[in-house]
Design a protein around this ligand. Structure first.
Ligand code: SPV
Ligand code: MG
Length: 669
């Protein structure tokens, strides 16, 4: 497609404003002239070739176009008798550059907003811009509409007419018909009329459809009064706030394309999602908020960058009242749909508009996302993330995983509620569940090599940080090696419990013989572990069994202060009571003296307490220690029984996930 811009005319009605340059070089805003604005829109639409007819101040015009440094190839065609002819003759002079081309034709004094131009360019049929809302102008173009088409264009038509502006998209076949007629007129010495007079003769063969732009800016500047009006309209357009939100830490060509489009609508404000929102929405951001903000700030044409604290746009829409919110159309379906619905509702309250551009995740994006996930799964990237998440969120949640597939469930399960996404922050490799999966009792029977194998299986397919249940930690001499191995693997935290001898699961409480370690011994174990670790981020958490073994609150607190004093990075307090009172009491008393050390709880028994309440009371990590195991195995038992009872699998089918679902759970490389 070529752009044909008609700039031969004198523009004498502009007075002194056109005494030194052609009318199209008149400034219409602090940053644009009529022509620079037109040419920028042409270039942004991907049009490369511009044919421009010149006349008046020809050389100034040519130099000016080149000075704009746009990616455009110009063909300037001078109309030597510009002062004695109309633009029909300028087109005639340029005919050899115009035949057999799709053309976007505009007069050089026409100012239009980008949305109008985009619609013209996107039209599948030949079209002319008209307005159904503007009054019919006395002295300007009107289009006569019949059978849905433009039948005639001229100043003299008032019946069945609409205000019309000389901005056309002309498909090759229609344009050839019109151009032939223009040539016939000019060769017949009819050179002082409008090119539209030629169109009016052939409008039954040159099929042009009206494109209704209603009140959008699309008008010619003929007089200083027109200029004043347009100046104001452009200022309003340029100051309209356009809002977009970025959740990504990877800017790619798809994002830039949408940014470029959004910029054309006004002043572009970009919201950058907070680290917490990104982490909850998709994955931990590779770059922290401050870096992502500065990345976006440095994209040209971005007027301002602000934080969007949640996935929901509500807070920023209410504060900014943007005229437009821009987004890819990928959020119409699926997970982000409720967020979109809320945006539409909020914009509707004051007449803002949602603009959606086609967007699909390209192969490059998917490849980059895969690489990011791969990076996040690497030991050095994964290890420190638990500490960061605790710092960022105050409270993190961990769900047990005991295999690759349960790891994937913890990795990928998400819930959208009230404009927020929820997912587990971390994984708990429980001794109980790891042993159970192997059909063994939870008595430190499954050896460390096997436990490491489970971690490895999970790590291979996930990115989230791992908290490892280290049981008693074993002999101090052995524990130091465990620490080093876990650290090397990329585990974030090991929790060791202050028991010794044959360990039994805590949920047995005092029903079985269990021995608590001495404070001194356990402190030595913690110190040795801390000394053995090589990185700063790895955490050793001391788990206190005093409440489980009914040794009392005093003992629990004494141990907690001693263990944190010995270097423990976190304290886990355990209880097997349904009533959370003793847990709350412990947290309160510990926090009176120590506000910094993270507190971990495992609410298997006291399961009515919400995460919110734990957070308010000063807990930092909530571990759902065994729920996948406890729900998975009964389901399997039931399926097995059903098949045995029916001597076939049909009756069990409803209890089973489809093979397709299973396959989609497991991503292929
Ligand atoms: C585990 O999950 O293995 C634990 C937590 O250690 S508990 O079972 O509650 O002791
Ligand atoms: Mg355990």
């Amino acid at each position: 497609m070529k752009a044909l811009i008609l700039n031969s005319g004198l523009g004498h009605r502009m007075g002194v404003l056109t005494s030194e340059h052609p009318k199209c070089m008149t400034e219409i805003s602090a940053r644009d002239t009529i022509l620079s604005r037109q040419l920028k829109l042409v270039a942004e639409a991907g049009i490369k070739e511009v044919v421009m007819t010149t006349g008046y101040f020809d050389e100034i015009l040519v130099n000016y176009c080149h000075s704009l440094n746009l990616q455009l190839n110009y063909t300037f065609v001078n109309n030597p008798v510009y002062d004695k002819t109309n633009y029909i003759y300028s087109i005639y002079c340029a005919k050899d550059h115009l035949r057999d081309e799709d053309i976007v034709l505009m007069h050089g004094d026409l100012v239009f907003e980008s949305e109008v131009f985009d619609k013209v360019i996107a039209s599948d049929v030949s079209c002319m811009t008209v307005s159904s809302t503007l009054p019919l102008p006395e002295k300007d173009f009107k289009a006569v509409i019949g059978e849905g088409r433009v039948k005639a264009v001229g100043i003299e038509f008032f019946t069945d007419a609409m205000a019309a502006q000389p901005l056309y998209k002309l498909c090759k076949n229609d344009w050839n018909v019109w151009l032939d007629e223009i040539c016939a007129f000019c060769e017949n010495d009819d050179r002082k009329c409008y090119a539209e007079n030629a169109f009016n003769k052939v409008s039954d063969k040159c099929l042009i459809y009206p494109l209704d732009v209603k009140d959008a800016l699309c008008g010619e500047i003929d007089t200083p009064e027109d200029l004043a009006v347009v100046y104001k309209q452009i200022a309003e357009l340029e100051n309209r706030i356009v809002y977009m939100c970025f959740s990504t830490d990877m800017i790619h060509s798809g994002h830039i394309a949408i940014i470029k489009k959004a910029q054309k609508l006004g002043k572009l404000v970009i919201g950058v999602l907070s680290d917490e929102a990104v982490a909850s929405y998709k994955r931990f951001p590779l770059m922290p908020y401050a870096e992502r903000k500065s990345l976006v700030e440095n994209i040209s044409g971005v007027a301002m960058v602000i934080e969007q604290k949640e996935l929901s746009y509500a807070e920023n829409i209410k504060a900014l009242k943007p005229a437009y919110v821009v987004h890819g159309d990928d959020w119409r379906e699926g997970f982000q749909r409720p967020i979109r619905d809320e945006v539409v509702e909020l914009l509707g309250e004051y007449g803002g508009k949602l603009v959606e551009y086609p967007y699909s995740k390209t192969d490059t994006y998917l490849e980059m996302e895969k690489l990011s996930r791969a990076k996040l799964s690497m030991p050095d990237m994964r290890r420190g993330r638990l500490k960061k998440l605790i710092g960022m969120k105050g409270l993190v949640t961990a769900m047990e995983a005991h295999s690759g597939i349960t790891g994937l469930i913890v990795e990928n399960t998400k819930v959208l509620q009230d404009g927020k996404t929820y997912q587990f922050d971390a994984m708990w490799v429980s001794s109980l569940c790891d042993s159970t999966a192997k059909g063994k009792p939870d008595i430190e029977l499954v050896d460390m090599t096997s436990r490491f194998r489970t971690i490895d299986d999970i790590m291979e397919v996930t990115t989230k940080p791992i908290i490892f249940d280290g049981d008693t930690g074993g002999l101090t001499e052995h524990f130091v090696y465990t620490v080093k191995t876990l650290e090397r693997m990329g585990v974030s935290m090991v929790i060791i419990e202050d028991k010794t001898g044959l360990k039994k699961n805590s949920l047995f409480g005092t029903e079985v013989q269990q021995t608590q370690d001495s404070i001194e011994n356990f402190c030595e174990k913690i110190k040795a572990g801390k000394k053995a670790q090589k990185t700063k981020e790895f955490m050793i958490c001391a788990r206190i069994e005093s409440l489980i073994l009914e040794r009392g609150m005093e003992d629990a607190l004494e141990r907690a202060f001693a263990f944190s004093g010995a270097g423990a990075d976190a304290i886990m307090i355990h209880s097997r009571k349904k009533d959370p009172a003793e847990i709350f009491e412990f947290v309160e008393k510990f926090r009176e003296k120590n506000q910094a050390t993270p507190i971990v709880v495992v609410p298997t028994s006291f399961n009515a307490v919400t995460e919110q309440e734990f957070k308010q009371r000063g807990v930092n990590v909530v571990i759902y220690a065994n729920q996948l195991t406890r729900s998975g195995f009964p389901a399997m038992q039931k399926t097995a029984t059903t098949i045995l009872e029916n001597h076939r699998a049909k009756e069990a089918d409803g209890m089973c996930m489809s093979i397709k679902e299973i396959i989609t759970l497991i991503p292929e490389e």
